[in-house]
Design a protein around this ligand. Structure first.
Ligand code: HEM
Length: 471
C-alpha cells in the first residue's frame, strides 16, 4: 500500500514564523508580487508538482500537474469556494451591499449563479447577441483605422480595447450602445473606464499586501473606495435607467427583475460585478492575442483563408455568428491564454481532506493550480514558449497527450464555479479578432513584451502593433 505523507512533509520554502516568505517579497531586489507566476514556476522546478508556501497571512498549496489538480475539481462539492477578493468583499460589507456573484458563498452564491447561468452560459442565449457584438466589432475596426498614427500604430491600444469590451458587454447587459467608440466617449463611458482602470490598479496591492486597510484606511484603500463608489453609482444609474424604460429594458435586466424577482440593489451588485469582471479580462486576452498574431503573419493568412472558405460557401458573406466559430481563431485564443493565462492561478478551498501527489492536504487549505507553470512546462506542452495554435486543433502535427489536453483547460476556472462570462468573452474575442485580421495585416517590430500582474496578467509596457489596411 502506498504510504500517504502528512501535510507537514509537503515541500516548499521554509520562510519565517508568522510571516512565512513575505519578507522575500518586501525586500528590495527580492521576489516580486507582480511576477508571482514566475515565482510559482521556479518553485515548481525546485520542489516538483506540489509545494506549499506561506506569504504573510496566506497559506497556499500549489499544484503544477493538471491531472493531479483534476482531483481538486472532482472534490469541490455543490458550493465551490474560491479565494475571496477580500478588498472587494470588505468594501461591499462597509457599504451594506450584497457580496455579488464573485464573492458570495454557499446558498447565496448558488441562488444567483443558477439564475444567471441560464442566460450567460447557454450558447443559444449568447449567440442571440452575435450580430450586435459584430456591429460593435465593426465600429471598433473603424476606430482602429482612424486611431492609427503615421507609423500605423494605435497609441493607447489598451484603452481602445477597454472601450470595445465595455461597449460589447453593454449590448448583452443593457441591449444598448454605451457610446465608447466615437471620437469622444460619452461622459458615462469615459467615467466608467477611468474608474475600472483605477479600481484594478489599486486592487492589486490591496490583494497582496498585509491587509492593513481592514483596521486603518490607507491611501491606497481610500483611492480604491473612491473608484469602487464611482463604479457602483454608474452601475446604479445604468440599471435604474434600464428598469425605468421598461418598454425598452434589456431582456437580461427584465429577466432578473421580473422573472427572478431580484431586488434592484441585488441586480446592481450583480451588474457591477459583470461589468468589472468583463472589461479588464477580455481586453487583456485580446491584446495578447493581437500581439501573437502580429508576430505570426502565417497564422493571419490561415485565418483569412478560413474566412474566405466560409464566404465561398455562403454567397460571398460571413456572419458574426460564423466568425465566432472559426476553428483557427478559437485555437488562437486558447493558445494565447496558454502562453499568457491572464488569471495565472485558479483555486479552491475543499470541504474535505484530499490526497494530492501522495500528501494529505487537510480540508480548508487554499489549493491553487499553477497555470503559468503548467503551461510553460515542456513535459506537458511540447515547445512551450512557441505560439502554436494548431496544437489545439484536430488536425495537428503537434503531438499532445490527450489527457493533458483535456485536464489543462483551466484558464476559465472549472466546475460549477467556472467563469460565468466565458461564452460571452469567447464570442466577443472570436468575432473581433476575425474582423481585425480581415481588415488589417498586423505586425510587431519592437522588443518582446514581458507579462506582469496588474491584477490580470498584462504586458509590461504599451503595445505598439502596426495595423496595415489590406486592400
Ligand atoms: C478572457 C476573458 C476572461 C477570463 C480568462 C476569465 C477568467 C475567469 C476565472 C479564471 C474565473 C474564476 C473561475 C473559478 O473559480 O472556477 C472567473 C470568474 C468569473 N468571471 Fe470571468 N473571465 C473572463 C471574462 C469574463 C467576462 C466577460 C465576464 C462577465 C461578462 C466575467 C465574469 C466573471 C464572474 C462574475 C466570475 C465569478 C463567477 C462565480 O464565482 O460564480 N468573466 N473568470
Amino acid at each position: 500500500m502506498v504510504k500517504i505523507l502528512p501535510f507537514s512533509k509537503v515541500p516548499g520554502p521554509r520562510g519565517l514564523p508568522v510571516i512565512g516568505t513575505l519578507f522575500e517579497y518586501l525586500k528590495k531586489d527580492g521576489l516580486k508580487f507582480n511576477k508571482m507566476f514566475e515565482v510559482y514556476r521556479q518553485r515548481a522546478l525546485e520542489y516538483g508538482n506540489i509545494f506549499k508556501e506561506r506569504v504573510g497571512p496566506m497559506h497556499h498549496v500549489v499544484i503544477s500537474c493538471p491531472v493531479e489538480y483534476s482531483k481538486v475539481i472532482n472534490a469541490e462539492g455543490k458550493y465551490p469556494v474560491r479565494i475571496q477578493m477580500l478588498p472587494i468583499a470588505h468594501y461591499r460589507k462597509l457599504r451594506g451591499l450584497d457580496l455579488g456573484l464573485v464573492n458570495a458563498q454557499g446558498e447565496e452564491w448558488y441562488k444567483t449563479r443558477t439564475i444567471v447561468s441560464k442566460k450567460m452560459l447557454k450558447l443559444s442565449e449568447v449567440l442571440r447577441f452575435s450580430e450586435e457584438m459584430g456591429q460593435v466589432a465593426d465600429d471598433f475596426v473603424t476606430r482602429l483605422d482612424t486611431a492609427t498614427n503615421s507609423l500605423g500604430e494605435v497609441p493607447g491600444l489598451e484603452y481602445e480595447l477597454f472601450k470595445w469590451t465595455l461597449e460589447s458587454i453593454g449590448t448583452f447587459l443593457f441591449e444598448e450602445r454605451i457610446g465608447c467608440l466615437g471620437d469622444k466617449p460619452t461622459p458615462i463611458a469615459h467615467s466608467f473606464l477611468e474608474n475600472v482602470e483605477g479600481f484594478f490598479r489599486t486592487l492589486q496591492p490591496l490583494l497582496f499586501d498585509v491587509p492593513v486597510y481592514r483596521v486603518w484606511p490607507t491611501d491606497t484603500w481610500r483611492q480604491f473606495e473612491h473608484y469602487a463608489d464611482n463604479i457602483m453609482s454608474i452601475g446604479t444609474f445604468l440599471v435604474h435607467k434600464s428598469l425605468e424604460e421598461s418598454a425598452s429594458s434589456s431582456a437580461f435586466i427584465n429577466y432578473l427583475a421580473n422573472d427572478c424577482h431580484m431586488a434592484t440593489q441585488e441586480i446592481t451588485g450583480l451588474v457591477v460585478d459583470l461589468l468589472s469582471a468583463a472589461v479588464e479580462t477580455t481586453s487583456a486576452a485580446t491584446l495578447w492575442s493581437l500581439y501573437n498574431l502580429a508576430q505570426n503573419p502565417h497564422v493571419q493568412e490561415n485565418i483569412l483563408q478560413e474566412i474566405n472558405d466560409v464566404k465561398v460557401k455562403n454567397g460571398g458573406t460571413i456572419t458574426a455568428e460564423q466568425m465566432s466559430k472559426l476553428p483557427l481563431v478559437r485555437a488562437v485564443v486558447k493558445e494565447t491564454l496558454r502562453l499568457y493565462p491572464i488569471t495565472f492561478a485558479t483555486s479552491r478551498y475543499l470541504p474535505e481532506d484530499i490526497v494530492l501527489s501522495g500528501y494529505n492536504i487537510p480540508a480548508g487549505n487554499h489549493i491553487q493550480a499553477n497555470l503559468y507553470g503548467m503551461y510553460h512546462d515542456s513535459s506537458l506542452f511540447p515547445k512551450p514558449e512557441s505560439f502554436l495554435p494548431e496544437r489545439w486543433m484536430k488536425t495537428s502535427d503537434v503531438q499532445m497527450d490527450p489527457i493533458v489536453k483535456s485536464t489543462s483547460q483551466l484558464v476559465w476556472g472549472h466546475g460549477a464555479r467556472m467563469c460565468i462570462g466565458r461564452r460571452i468573452a469567447e464570442q466577443e474575442m472570436h468575432i473581433v479578432l476575425s474582423k481585425i485580421v480581415e481588415k488589417f495585416q498586423l505586425s510587431y517590430q519592437h522588443d518582446d513584451l514581458e507579462p506582469v500582474l496588474s491584477t490580470m496578467m498584462v504586458p509590461d509596457r504599451p503595445v505598439k502593433i502596426k495595423f496595415t489596411a489590406r486592400h
